[in-house]
Design a protein around this ligand. Structure first.
Ligand code: PLP
Length: 397
């Protein structure tokens, strides 16, 4: 006997599944003949400061502090450093107590949502949304209320969100730069969202949290200045990850930051620690917490993602594909030339060894996501396959 629902959930992880299929095909026919646009695994190395920091932390005298258990919410010095970084960069007034260091933002978001919602509560996700929100909410017993983004821009549709809010709404999750669209939500839209949420908080007499999931904050291409949502809305919780900004996805390190204006933040943080306990989130990796002390504001050279974007988007355009112009993260969402994007993605993989993720699992049908944190050589090598695919579907003569 076992939990069948969880077995199905694992089989339903389309991204991991496609990535595994691409790897199996590459082992068979050579990786140079497979064009794997499925997974958002950063292909750039971490910046040199990370390697230097690892070397220096490994030489620290107290190796128990480096490899042993750390406090549940993170090492105090590290929490202080993160709060200090946020304060100087975004003009906040956080203390170490407002920071909870986590083993990556998947862990952070799942313990946060568990802490905010009881079974039957609702959390609004703007579709298309990061697939894993559904799993985190399932674990919390909370209902994912999907609200479609504006189909022209893929920005949040604030009036549709207003309609979807109920007395059971505990939180709204925003993710900008967005996975899977690569769009950046404009300041005015976020201001409207904040104003509407304030109105609803007053109407219901309880907080509605704005969860800003921002693993792609540093990956912006046109010099956009992304607003810090704590500035726009008091009840904001930021989920940050070093997976993409420092290319440390496998090391599992990130944090939750709670606005100092959240009335019940101490209680919520205690609930996050309680959720961590039931999920076995004992502490974030201590080695990488200490590494952060040396390179907290650094990033990988994200200009390389911009070059990849230009390369790929140029070819998609030439081939006649329609897509949402991406301004950040490392994804582009392409319209499927047939209504069934799952069939289109299957066909692209079978006939041309092009691996795309249908966005059905992101809550929006009719598109595929291409992840371009890959080598520019792979993008160039995929050009003939993309051309052939476009010809198959009559987009190109
Ligand atoms: N949130 C979004 C929008 C993501 O795209 C990802 C990873 O791709 C995550 C969260 C999870 O990141 P982490 O590696 O920190 O768990």
């Amino acid at each position: 006997m076992y939990n069948k629902a969880l077995s199905e959930l694992s089989a339903g992880d389309v991204i991991m599944e496609l990535n595994a299929q691409a790897a199996a095909l590459a082992a068979e026919i050579g990786s140079e003949n497979v064009f794997n646009y499925s997974i958002g695994n950063p292909n750039l190395p971490p910046p040199p400061s990370v390697y230097e920091a690892i070397a220096s932390v490994l030489k620290e005298e107290d190796q128990t502090a480096v490899h042993g258990y750390g406090p549940n919410a993170g090492i105090r010095e590290v929490r202080e450093a993160i709060a200090g970084h946020i304060n100087s960069r975004f003009g906040q007034d956080l203390t170490y107590e407002d920071i909870f260091v986590v083993a990556g933002s998947c862990a952070g978001l799942s313990i946060l949502l568990k802490a905010l919602a009881v079974p039957g509560d609702e959390v609004i996700c703007i579709a298309p949304y990061f697939t894993e929100y559904a799993a985190f909410l399932m674990a919390a017993g909370a209902k994912l209320v999907a609200v479609d983004a504006d189909p022209q821009t893929f920005f949040p549709d604030v009036s549709a969100i207003r309609e979807a809010i109920s007395p059971r709404t505990r939180a709204v999750i925003v993710d900008s730069p967005n996975n899977p669209t690569g769009v950046i939500y404009p300041l005015e839209v976020l201001q409207d969202l904040a104003a509407m949420l304030r109105e609803k908080e007053t109407e219901y007499g309880h907080p509605i949290y704005l969860v800003s999931d921002e693993p792609y904050r540093e990956i912006v291409f046109e010099g956009e200045d992304l607003p810090y949502l704590m500035d726009l809305y008091d009840d904001t919780i930021v989920s940050y990850s070093y997976s993409k900004s420092l290319s440390l996805a496998g090391q599992r390190i990130g944090y939750l930051a709670f606005s100092s204006r959240i009335a019940e933040r101490k209680e919520i943080i205690r609930a996050v620690a309680g959720a961590g306990r039931i999920y076995g989130h004992t502490c974030a990796p201590t080695l990488f917490q200490r590494v952060l002390l040396h390179c907290i504001g650094d990033t990988t050279d994200v200009s390389l993602y911009r070059q990849n974007r230009d390369l790929l988007v140029g070819q998609l355009e030439q081939c006649g594909f329609s897509f949402v112009p991406p301004h950040g993260a490392f994804y582009v969402m392409v319209k499927s030339p047939i209504p069934d994007a799952v069939a289109f993605a299957r066909d692209a993989a079978q006939r041309h060894h092009l691996f795309f993720v249908p966005t059905d699992a992101f809550g929006t049908k009719g598109y595929v996501r291409l992840s371009y944190c890959v080598s520019p050589e792979m993008i160039r090598r995929s050009f003939p396959a993309l051309e052939q695919l476009a010809k198959d579907y009559g987009l190109l003569q």
